[in-house]
Structures are given as structure tokens and as C-alpha cells.
Design a protein around this ligand. Sequence first.
Ligand code: ZN
Length: 100
Amino acid sequence: MTRPCAPPSNREATATGKPESGADGRMGHSTMIARDKVAAFLMAHRGRYFCEPCLGRAVGIDPSTGHRAATRIARAGGFVREYGVCSECGESRLVTRAPC
Ligand SMILES: [Zn+2]
């Protein structure tokens, strides 16, 4: 997999105390947590901006979970949160996007 700009590989597993890839080595979609879903979605739509409700709807989580997920990936994963126009709903509000 070639990426022009790879995301930071430092997961915040140590920060949360919850290792995301267990010793069993299973990393299926079912084990993806909201934060990972949001991060993966944003990386897949790099260059677009998404507000929290749209992010939540896109990955199938509720808006409050979307808010927490967006806040965390911005802090730990290098994602950018800023005021802008959501690429999905067109609202001018706090949006999140993938780095570079
Ligand atoms: Zn939106």
C-alpha cells in the first residue's frame, strides 16, 4: 500500500491504556472502534472536510461519539480540526480533515 503521506503510526494505545491490536492478532472490522472508523473514513476522503454529524452518519456512529472520535484523532492522530465548510452538508462549522 503506497501512501503519499502516511498517517502517524503512533497510536494512542498507551494513552488510553487500551491496546487496539490484541495479542490474538485479530484486527477485523468488527473490532474497529469509532475513532478508527472516523480516521479511516477521513483518510479515504483526504482533502474533504467533514463536520461531526456527517462523520457520524458516514461511519455509523452517533454524533456525540463522532465528536469524541474527531477530538481524539485530531489530538493523537494529527488530524486537523478547524472552522470550514463541510464537504458533505455544506454547513460552515467545525470540520475535521485528514492531515495533508
Ligand atoms: Zn456536514
